[in-house]
Ligand binder design. Structure first.
Ligand SMILES: Cc1cc2nc3c(=O)[nH]c(=O)nc-3n(C[C@H](O)[C@H](O)[C@H](O)COP(=O)(O)OP(=O)(O)OC[C@H]3O[C@@H](n4cnc5c(N)ncnc54)[C@H](O)[C@@H]3O)c2cc1C
Length: 470
């Protein structure tokens, strides 16, 4: 790439696309960002209804200020602010409740957690050692092996305690939205150990949408061009090199960066990719999807800022009636999201990402409501409005065929060296976002990707490091 080839088109304003676009403008590139929606943020957007600000998803950010989203904000001089989610976070297995303080990996916290979830007498020490290992960052040489190991197999090496396994399986579902039979031990440890180290689980003030908005405000302030309702229909390639995009007319570019996801990007490129690459890209699996019920309440009903609740699976009646729910209450860390005295509860449950499974979505949404009514009697008497969203809503908002929560699955065959390379096999075409170039939890993986991919593009443009750059 020659110096001076600096006209960039970024496709999509999710956390990954918005972050990368702002970072590239800051590095001196001339950037146009095209977004198909009429709002920013993709899966990480927020909306306002009757004075309540709610998210598309069910969001909490693993490392807040200390993670990649905070880092981007500092680099681009954005106005993003964070509220810590602390004081009462819980994981509950049926009626057994364990508290998750921000420093959840201190010896005292681990012992109290193990006690709270009711591990079998005699198993405490093995569970303690396993938890401690999971919460410790590992050297790169060890990560290569752990990346290819299932989390369940990793935990099996320490203990067979059923409640400890159930807790880790549920935590895997919460962090990387896969079961621990599929989730990579390396990826889980990367997410879990970082959270343990930083102790800064947070919520972006003003809603999850504040993240992309802060990046895009900085982007426009630095001279970037942003267009909403401008869907990209195709990526123009000539002689193996990207030349621009088709978006109701041709927009020439030296470099194209896509936040639309690997598989949609492959479709936008069309015949210019080898059959082998297309088959491989299309064979990759996505994370599970989620259905969620957003409750706008006229009273503060739920006293905990964040809960992961699992039914007691040894009780057939409970297993048939209830569903595992993850429910942050963002108005506890950020009361300005709601009118005074009111509350916003976002309750989500995991299911396959296929938006065509309408009956399943309906059943899961019904079960979320039954579960929340059981856990917090009276919640239904205080509803100002309630919004039920399934995987079709997520698919529509992100512009993908599936309504997966994260992006490509962080399973034991798709992480680390086996994750797609952000440099696509077309000269000057890059992927950014949760599908490629980063590690971590959801929005933070997209942010980590933005940091890595913007550096990679700068390196390529100025003839520096030709390595992977991540
Ligand atoms: C229910 C739910 C709960 C979640 N909970 C959490 C959580 O607690 N913590 C967490 O960190 N993460 C969570 N996530 C995951 C997180 O939101 C995503 O992983 C992350 O936001 C993905 O960002 P992205 O930049 O990769 O892509 P996306 O958000 O998918 O953005 C892609 C953007 O590209 C645009 N686009 C697509 N195609 C085109 C095109 N052809 N032309 C122009 N624009 C296009 C889309 O409109 C969209 O704006 C959750 C997600 C969901 C759905």
């Amino acid at each position: 790439m020659a110096p001076g080839d600096n006209k960039v088109v970024v496709i999509g304003s999710g956390v990954g696309g918005a972050g990368c676009a702002a970072l590239l403008v800051g590095k001196g590139f001339e950037v146009t960002l095209l977004e198909r929606n009429d709002f920013p943020g993709g899966k990480g957007a927020s909306f306002e209804r009757d004075g309540f600000v709610y998210d598309t998803g069910v969001h909490a950010v693993g490392n807040g200020e200390k993670g990649p989203l905070g880092e981007i904000n500092r680099i681009v001089d954005g106005d993003l602010e964070w509220a810590l989610i602390e004081g009462g976070n819980r994981i509950a297995l049926g009626d057994k409740v364990a508290h998750y303080p921000l420093d959840f990996a201190s010896d005292d916290s681990i012992r109290s957690l193990i006690d709270g979830i009711g591990v079998r007498p005699g198993n405490e020490e093995d569970c303690f050692i396993c938890f401690k290992e999971l919460a410790t960052i590992k050297p790169a040489s060890e990560m290569e092996i752990l990346d290819r190991m299932r989390l369940k197999d990793y935990v099996d090496q320490f203990t067979d305690d059923p409640n400890f396994h159930l807790m880790l399986n549920s935590t895997c579902g919460m962090l990387i939205v896969l079961t621990y039979y599929q989730g990579s031990a390396g990826e889980f440890i990367q997410c879990f150990a970082k959270m343990a180290e930083n102790a800064s689980l947070s919520y972006p003030r003003g809603g999850m949408g504040s993240v992309a908005k802060a990046y895009l405000d900085a982007f426009e302030r630095m001279g970037g061009t942003l267009e909403y309702e401008r869907p990209v229909e195709g990526i123009i390639v000539e002689d193996g090199r990207v030349m621009g995009v088709e978006a109701r007319g041709r927009i020439p570019a030296d470099i194209v960066v896509s936040d639309a996801g690997l598989q949609p990007t492959v479709k936008m490129v069309g015949d210019h990719l080898s059959r082998e690459y297309v088959d491989w890209a299309m064979s990759l699996k996505s994370s599970y999807g989620a259905a969620s019920v957003k409750y706008a309440l006229d009273e503060e009903i739920v006293p905990y800022p964040l809960t992961l609740w699992m039914p007691d699976l040894s009780d057939p009646e409970a297993a048939a009636k209830y569903v595992g729910v993850f429910y942050p209450v963002p108005s506890i860390p950020d009361p300005e999201l709601v009118p005074e005295g009111c509350q916003l509860v976002l309750a989500g449950a995991v299911l396959p990402a296929d938006p065509k499974l309408k009956d399943l979505n309906r059943q899961v949404l019904d079960r979320i409501e039954v579960t929340m009514s059981m856990l917090h009697p009276g919640i239904d008497d205080h509803v100002v409005w309630k919004l039920r969203t399934g995987t079709d809503y997520v698919a529509q908002i992100s512009g993908r065929d599936l309504g997966e929560v994260i992006g490509l699955a962080q399973d034991f065959q798709q992480v680390g060296k086996d994750r797609p390379n952000p440099r696509m096999p077309i000269d000057r075409l890059y992927l950014v976002g949760a599908d490629a170039g980063g590690r971590g939890i959801g929005t933070e993986m997209a942010g980590d990707s933005a940091l890595n991919v913007s550096t990679m593009i700068e390196d390529d443009a100025f003839g520096r490091d030709k390595g992977l750059g991540i």
